[in-house]
Design a protein. Sequence first.
Length: 553
Amino acid sequence: MFFAYTLRPSLGREFVRPCMVLTHTAAAVFRALLFIFILILAGTIAPFAAAQTIKLSVDMSKAGAKIDRNIFGQFAEHLGHGVYEGIWVGPDSTIPNTRGIRNDVVAALKAIHVPNVRWPGGCFADEYHWRNGIGSSRAVTLNPNWGGVIEPNSLGTHEFMDFLDQIGAQAYLSVNVGTGTPREAAEWLEYLTTAQPTTLAKGRAANGHADPYKIGFLGIGNESWDCGGNMTPDYYLNQLRIYSRFVRNFNPAQQDKQRMLKIAVGPGGGEPRWTEWTEVIMKAYQHRSWSWDIDGLSMHSYTTGPWPPAFSSTNFGETEYSQFLKLTLAMDDLVSKHSAIMDKYDPEKKVALVVDEWGAWYAPVPGSNPGFLVQQNSLRDAILAALNLNIFARHAERVRMANIAQMINVLQAMILTDKEKMVLTPTYYVFKLYAPFQDSTFVPIALDPGTYVHGDITLPRVDAIAAKDANGKLWLAITNLDPNQSVEVEASLAGITAKSASGETLTGPKVDSINSFEAPSTVVPKAISPNVQGGKLTLKLEPKSVTVVSVEQ
Ligand code: AHR
């Protein structure tokens, strides 16, 4: 590949030199073609070569851990237009809505089977006071973290739970540890979950919901080492013990089965500061008493490059594409590093590593409010999403939940809106393609991924995972990172009598292709027909594509 890139410019100059004598030109062309031919034979020049063949093998009898559906979780913070305009338009809006929640967004999210939504933040959560968001008269407050704008509190507890009900997802609430109190958090949980006729429960009924709500997950603080209050690990640990003790879920339906899982603040990177954080929390967990417990440790890791984020989300080329994908693959090491620490104190893997903020974080779109974290979403983001989901699936024993940041109009979004307009991003389509992997069983793959080289960046050419769904059907997700070359995949399938296969592939004209309001179908999945014969599945992956295939037996 290196030869290919150094050669091409000089060949180009030969061909266009205007005053060259014809015979000299012809001779030069002949020499160049001969040289290229030799290189092709030697396998060192790729662009003109036939598609590379990647062999992989899958043995269905070697099933691994469950790929928890909750790794496909979403995140909706009161930030920019993530909640207001993205979800909430109010019942009087001309945008079609149900009780103030936009119908187009609900329909789109239902189609990707969102398992859970984290709310109300993020940094916002540590300044959120839930009482401001209930009842007929809402306090108007500020959102100091995100642009200092007015927070109308129009979308509060009931509206958020209604939204979840409409899309069929579970609640992942973050309680306020930074500026709140254990009492405030405990009362929120009582308000939400008790079936007893307490004053708080009567208030809930008066506000329209007599039955207790179910709360799937509870985050105890957010980034308490930074925007959540700049706490040391020991200081946070003391808060965690108190909150974990008193923030109870009273819902009778959640006492044994469907228990609410409590998630502690965890690391935000791989440096000693973060490994120490994981050590402190997990060591304390190992020696915990009956009076407190956790089920998950959160981890935040964005793909950004320099800080503040400088990569552009639009108008970039192969260099930025390959650089950014290299950065995102560091997620694997980060998960491994913190999993190893967790293994020391929790070898049975009772505590999940919850990657509840991940995704691409670029420079804000020029002209947008920098506090609103507005960015475009391109084919590069689709590839990035697939690579991260594959990493989580490979760590399925420990990573049992993850939340991409964020669901609508903020950072690596599924959906972009502008007033009544809505567009589904390339990332949305990855979540749609991957829906069959929710609660499937991981099946290991043996594969030599090959390499894709651009300048000084070397990446795997392909990345793949396999899984078995509840009906015993085999699913493969294969990403071709190479933006220039297609790849022939030859998959040997053991432990299954494969009869036929079908699939869909997601790609677009360029690495920075986007779906816009005007052209919403630039990067959308299209059907493919893989070939199955004699226990082998073959298919051709387009350059820069994400493909999901199901195999019938
Ligand atoms: O997702 C945006 C912000 O990133 C969140 O509010 C915070 O938790 C993180 O730093």
